[in-house]
Design a protein around this ligand. Structure first.
Ligand SMILES: *[C@@H]1O[C@H](CO)[C@@H](O)[C@H](O)[C@H]1NC(C)=O
Ligand SMILES: *[C@@H]1O[C@H](CO)[C@@H](O)[C@H](O)[C@H]1NC(C)=O
Ligand SMILES: *[C@@H]1O[C@H](CO)[C@@H](O)[C@H](O)[C@H]1NC(C)=O
Ligand SMILES: *[C@@H]1O[C@H](CO)[C@@H](O)[C@H](O)[C@H]1NC(C)=O
Ligand SMILES: *[C@@H]1O[C@H](CO)[C@@H](O)[C@H](O)[C@H]1NC(C)=O
Length: 424
């Protein structure tokens, strides 16, 4: 048994190491849309009214999410990132939205988003300023938590710029308590470990008790090299971070950039497959008003979303790295297993991988039913532990499969009932 498989088995047995933040939220990885990667700090509404950070952007995104099947697929949160506030707090010391770009204010925007059956996320910072230089929440945690609750906000992304790193944990914990004190259910998305790693190994027990998800590593960019660097970081720290994930609290590898400019279709499939394996929040940052049909179909793929949202709530591991292949596996409910086979060779054509070489393939003893989900849906039928089935994977693409163990007796019964030709 390789170390990865052993860990996988161990984690399935013992579950997450600690209690999650007790606010009843994020029992499955959060799904929604977040403006940052695609729209950044574009505040020039005179020159670029359609893409600037304004109430219009979130209202239009909410409209599209309902009309185009996003909400139905499970995407629920419409999230504001940095650059929404005014540079000044109001006379009572409260944050206020930029009056020109958010003439209705955040409360009205939240009402609008709620009227569509969706939820609204907002952004603030644990330190003196936000990363883009807007007012931070240091010294105002209770005021800001109450302001967000009064507005009807449903999620807070809390960044870590301009903060004394020795006080980071205290700040994140204080804000968690402040949110709780408002008595409104507000999902709490942290960046605590990302800012703590440079000084020491973060305490994931404390983080899981404090936050509903937490960023560990750099911001995602719209490029394959960025997605690869996130996967590499995750795999090389998996023994530390994976055990802390579970219902109520998740590792956050940052936004899905599917539907933008930088990833080929195979690379988009790789991001979608691996984010599902990692039990990552699925927060898209793209322009849902203008997205290519293939990207849309991928992001709304019910079978991939089912892996992401699997009720067992275990994060997957990279279990093997051989040649330029990586195998990632995630245990699912009902003893099912999801397998992602990533081909990192960026030259040549599709390459074959023998599925029997997957470390967790022992789940197929004595028999299993294999379904390929990516790159296209294909029922691969009943396999045995010695299967010589070869899966073809494109350069920088990923094959995503589910394996359902079946007992021999059950199979014999089915063969009789449905007159399946027996393959044994
Ligand atoms: C606040 O914390 C308590 C104790 O952990 C919990 O029972 C309660 O549901 C929390 N309330 C909110 C609104 O998160
Ligand atoms: C957190 O709250 C404690 C108790 O109120 C306080 O002493 C401490 O200064 C706070 N820390 C930060 C960073 O706000
Ligand atoms: C990590 O945090 C937990 C929960 O707050 C605490 O009980 C534990 O002592 C901390 N561990 C270390 C090594 O500081
Ligand atoms: C195998 O899985 C496919 C897809 O879920 C399903 O349609 C098929 O009935 C299953 N076959 C058996 C023998 O369970
Ligand atoms: C096989 O079929 C028999 C009779 O229908 C049933 O009693 C038994 O539980 C089935 N076994 C399995 C493993 O499905």
């Amino acid at each position: 048994m390789s170390a990865g498989v052993f860990l996988l088995a161990l984690v399935v047995l013992i579950g997450p190491a600690t209690e999650a933040l007790d606010n009843g939220l994020a029992l499955k990885p959060t799904m929604g849309w977040l403006h940052w990667e695609r729209f950044m700090c574009n505040i020039d509404c005179d020159k670029d009214p359609d893409n600037c950070i304004s109430e219009r952007l979130y209202m239009q995104m909410a409209d599209v999410m309902v009309k185009e099947g996003w909400k139905e697929a499970g995407y629920e949160y419409v999230c504001i990132d940095d650059c929404w506030p005014s540079h000044q707090r109001d006379a009572q010391g409260r944050l206020q939205a930029d009056p020109k770009r958010f003439p209705g204010g955040i409360k009205k925007l939240a009402d609008y988003v709620h009227s569509k059956g969706l939820k609204l996320g907002i952004y603030a910072d644990v330190g003196k300023n936000t990363c883009a230089g807007y007012p931070g929440s240091l010294g105002y945690y209770e005021t800001d938590a109450q302001t967000f609750a009064d507005w009807g906000v449903d999620l807070l992304k809390f960044d870590g710029c301009y903060m004394d790193r020795t006080l980071l944990g205290e700040g994140y914990i204080n804000m968690s308590h402040a949110l709780n004190k408002t008595r409104r259910s507000i999902l709490y998305s942290c960046e605590w470990p990302l800012y703590e790693w440079p000084i020491r190994q973060p305490n994931y027990t404390a983080i899981r008790e404090t936050c509903n998800h937490w960023r560990n590593f750099d911001d995602v960019f719209d490029s394959w090299s960025s997605v690869k660097s996130i996967l590499d970081w995750t795999a090389s720290h998996q023994d530390i971070i994976v055990p802390s994930a579970g219902p109520g609290g998740w590792n956050d590898p940052d936004m899905l950039v599917i539907g933008n400019f930088g990833l080929s279709h195979d690379q988009q499939e790789s991001q979608m497959a691996l984010w599902a394996i990692m039990a990552a929040p699925l927060l898209m940052s793209n322009d849902l008003r203008d997205i290519c049909p293939r990207s849309k179909e991928l992001l709304q793929n019910r079978r991939i979303i089912a892996i992401s949202q699997d009720p067992l709530g275990k994060q997957g591991y990279r279990t093997l790295k051989v040649d330029s292949f990586e195998v990632w596996e995630r245990p699912l409910s009902k003893n099912q297993l999801a397998i992602a086979i990533l081909n990192k060779q960026e030259i040549g054509g599709p390459r074959g991988y023998v599925i029997g070489a997957v470390p967790g393939w022992k789940t197929c003893d004595p028999l299993c039913n294999v379904t390929q989900i990516l790159p296209q849906y294909k029922e691969m039928g009943i396999q045995t532990p010695h299967s010589s089935l070869v899966i073809s994977v494109n350069p920088s693409g990923t094959a995503l499969l589910t394996v359902t163990p079946i007992s021999k007796l059950h199979w014999q019964n089915m063969s009789v009932k449905h007159k399946h030709p027996t393959i044994l």
